[in-house]
Ligand binder design. Sequence first.
Ligand SMILES: Nc1ncnc2c1ncn2[C@@H]1O[C@H](COP(=O)(O)OP(=O)(O)O)[C@@H](O)[C@H]1O
Ligand SMILES: [Mg+2]
Length: 281
Amino acid sequence: MVDTVLRSCAYVPKGGVGKTTSTAHIAVSAANDHGLDVLLIDLAGTQNDLATQFGLADDVVDPDAPISAIFGENWDFIRENIDNVFDRMVFETDEGPDLIPADSGLGAEDNNLANVPREDRYTRLESFIESEVAPRYDLVLLDLPGKEDNITINGLFAAENVVAPLRPGEFERKQLENLQTELESIRADEDHDARPQLQLVFATMVDQTTNLADEFTDSLEEEYSEIAGTSVSESANIGNEQASGQTLFALDDDELYNTGQRARDAYRQLTTDLLERLEAR
Ligand SMILES: Nc1ncnc2c1ncn2[C@@H]1O[C@H](COP(=O)(O)OP(=O)(O)O)[C@@H](O)[C@H]1O
Ligand SMILES: [Mg+2]
């Protein structure tokens, strides 16, 4: 029997839109509300990274088995010769999902991939997920860099299902159009069979007190009715909890502002929607 794993990635070619936050919250809801074994892989690794989100920042400095190694020429050798190399990559969070953190080698591996023949350049993560992740997990979520580089394309190939959080504004709409164009060109390339699809788009950091946000949300729903999801409120709880290494799901209702409760409920709904789409594919 072939092992299968549901896959998705958060990608918008822009930083600060809520990719990392959304990836973390969707992962926790998938683990706790849907009972799935969930693995997060951080390939973005900026400052607000997934390790920080789960209070693991100090544990993942200089990891024993860095994820960047899977993109390198020696990976097959490493995999065959180092005991339990996969287990050594993985950290447990306190909230359900497991995490493979980003590491400082990713930038160099992105550069090295430029010298790898095209037919082999974009499929390394996919092979890793097939051989190591699929036998162990039900769902893998990738947090990708906010730019199109070789690591990102590996992520789009491996996950094929794309989640795009957006902050309300015209510029973000433009980014979404660019993203659609980018995914189309990957799908059109006959040298490979990756078919990444936008599966879920939603507004984040929505200030409920202004009409602007409503207008943005309405127009997303009009233009992308098939894939538009509920919007996530702006809430001070999000940043505060990240700073102490947890998601909104770690708190009880009475510890959250209204905005925090709404944001958490939105992430629950988005997770249900996403899982439905992944399962239908
Ligand atoms: N719903 C929200 N309300 C308030 N702040 C948020 C919300 N979502 C994200 N943030 C904050 O916005 C910043 C960018 O979010 P992040 O998830 O790191 O974006 P990205 O991964 O796209 O760069 C972070 O400081 C995060 O705490
Ligand atoms: Mg990020």
